[in-house]
Design a protein around this ligand. Sequence first.
Ligand code: ADP
Ligand code: MG
Length: 232
Amino acid sequence: IEQTAYQNDSLAMLGKLSASIAHEIRNPLTAIRGFIQLLHPHLQQLGKQEYGKIILAEIDRANDIIHEFLTSSKPSVPQVGMIPVSALLKEVVLLTESEALMKGCQINLHPFQEGDMMISGDVKQMKQVVLNMIRNAMEAVADRVDGLMGKIEVGAHKEGSEVRMFISDNGKGMDIRTLDRLFNPFFTTKENGTGLGLSVSDRIIKNHGGCISVSSRVNEGTHFVISLPLIH
Ligand code: ADP
Ligand code: MG
């Protein structure tokens, strides 16, 4: 018992330490970003503006990794509360709708047939999961080769003692190799991806006693389902 306690203690220490290191890395990155932006006109004069773009994109990627790392290394004691599923989905759709429209993509929030459903959990973490999935869907839709109108369907229904939330898209889909690895930390097929979105989401949902399932077809689209215990 003593050894377990000791291990947990050093794990918690390590978590705190990495979180503060991550914070410390962010500050210089912000400064670098600002100065590169100030240098942009000079780079342009030199005909080297693409260097600036690459630097900014890479700084943003480092920031994304730190951001997702920070959210995943936060204390694993979630702020548990009752979450109405309809409000959760509505809020995340509202948050992403304008970005989607700008990219020529529609998000369709399905009406709730059985009235509202409740789940129990950390609302911030739940929002992060749905946000990750809608972001992925927007990116998949943008990558479609035939330029078809992007459509994302979001909704939820009751299935026995579970709530099933779904996020579907008619994006580029995934082949079997991608499907095999999409929950692995740092697995990404995107040039600017972190590969952390789904691994973090998977952890969050498992911590809440649920699971994520996915089906997909290349060039047709992808269907994600988040199953969680229903609170009566
Ligand atoms: P990232 O988005 O940074 O690449 P994620 O963990 O969110 O990392 O996703 C991992 C990979 O899973 C993506 O790079 C992509 O290949 C695949 N993926 C996830 N969602 C979708 C989707 N809706 N459509 C197609 N591919 C997807
Ligand atoms: Mg992602």
